[in-house]
Design a protein around this ligand. Structure first.
Ligand SMILES: [Fe+2]
Length: 414
């Protein structure tokens, strides 16, 4: 494995982001023939890498699942518990896994963007370009096998054929923009259409060979069958934002408002439950509050929630712990490269947010905080030179280090 290239829409699929956006908006399938070269594919993942991952990573359920005959195999068929306790870990057993694969099971490696570095890079680079989180599952299917029965997914998909070949079937029976069950959006039953029956007639067949990419829009029914070789494909899931997500984000932001927190009078609830007037008034209140919302804050909240599945540059436990004591010794730090964070100014403060914490520093430190989070190497002295000298800047710097936002430069991952 090695870093051979940068993953952009243009370089990966041969189209601009604007062209891709138009294809997605029309919910059209699109084939990108030979979008990835052999070198691209081998830099991402190979069949030998899969063997290596299974042999050496001690995967646990449900990082791996097995799909067969339209259902998922029970985990005991391919895992072994570490003991009899209720909290025993279910490790994937390579021999059991092999048997399942030999007998026609499709092995699903979930969230590969979390543990296979080249795919982590692909995930973040496309995520940064497209704005929505791109998560990656890998599917290994034996020869002459149909891994999945006709179904539709709740996100746009880019299917990258890595090894072998797969014939993808499309159907005229599709769901219209379903929302449910996204990795980060917790609603169900947005569309009433059940999964299509097994014997649904195929409308079109598209064969993918290694290097081909197929765009399958949200709701588009698909199934696939392998050829005479083992097939490995990556499913890039685009965790797109919808109007629903923005509206929900607005509601979450305005939920702190006293106006909306006011209880609906008991006599109304007791009488009819709900009236058109109560609904209209609530919507009007939400609308008024939405008009005054800080868009940066709303944007961060939706970004944070929808990107939660990405794999951030990890914190090195012991070295980070020890680094806190080295701040004064002109040690060099940098922001972890791949983290979810936002910085903005709010009245008297400069605000730094990570998914589960908010930090407020005096506004006079804005330049120092900006420098600290720039992604370049920084020292406390450099921040003091652009900030308020003395303990205020030091306290800010200490906070960023002790909260694992700034890490020793060598561990930042740039
Ligand atoms: Fe699918």
């Amino acid at each position: 494995m090695g870093r051979n290239r940068t993953w952009t829409f243009e370089s990966t699929f041969g189209i601009s982001l604007a062209e891709f956006s138009a294809i997605s908006a029309k919910a059209e399938r699109r084939l990108f023939r030979q979008a990835l070269s052999d070198t691209d594919l081998s830099s991402l993942i190979t069949l030998s890498d899969i063997d290596e991952i299974v042999a050496s990573r001690n995967l646990v359920f449900p990082m791996v699942r097995i799909s067969k005959d339209g259902g998922m195999l029970p985990p005991h068929q391919f895992t072994r518990a570490s003991g009899l306790e209720v909290d025993a870990i279910r490790y994937v057993d390579s021999l059991k896994l092999f048997r399942c694969f030999r007998d026609g099971g499709t092995i699903v490696f979930r969230d590969m963007h979390r543990y296979w570095p080249p795919i982590t890079e692909l995930s973040w680079e496309l995520t940064r370009e497209i704005g929505c989180a791109v998560t990656v599952n890998a599917y290994l299917t034996p020869r002459d096998t149909q891994g999945l029965t006709p179904h539709f997914d709740y996100h746009d998909l880019l299917l990258v054929q890595v090894a072998g070949a797969k014939s993808w079937y499309s159907y005229s029976h599709n769901a219209d923009l379903p929302l449910d069950n996204n990795n980060w959006r917790s609603i169900i039953r947005s569309v009433t259409m059940p999964p299509p029956p097994r014997d649904t007639p195929v409308a079109e067949t598209t064969r993918l060979d290694a290097g081909d990419v197929l765009f399958v829009p949200r709701g588009s029914t698909h199934a696939a069958r392998t050829s005479s070789e083992v097939s490995l494909h990556l499913a890039l899931e685009l965790q797109t934002w919808t109007g629903f997500d923005v509206a929900l984000g607005v509601l979450r932001q305005v939920s702190s408002s006293r106006k909306l927190r006011t209880g609906v009078p008991y006599e109304i609830i007791a009488d009819s439950g709900l009236t058109r007037e109560v609904v209209s008034e609530s919507i009007r209140d939400a609308q008024d509050l939405a008009d005054g919302l800080d868009i940066d804050r709303l944007g961060w909240a939706i970004y944070r929630d929808s990107h939660v599945d990405l794999f951030e540059t990890p914190v090195r436990l012991v070295s980070q712990y020890n680094s806190i004591a080295s701040i004064e010794d002109s040690a060099t730090f940098a922001r972890r490269e791949r983290i979810l964070f936002a910085m903005r100014t709010e009245q008297d403060h400069v605000v730094v947010e990570v998914p589960d914490r908010v930090f407020r520093f005096p506004r006079a430190l804005a330049s120092a905080v900006e420098l600290a989070l720039s992604g370049h190497d920084v020292t406390l002295a450099a921040c003091e030179a652009v900030g308020t000298p003395g303990h205020v800047t030091r306290r800010m710097f200490q906070t960023l280090v002790s909260e694992g936002i700034l890490v020793p430069s060598a561990a930042a991952g740039y």
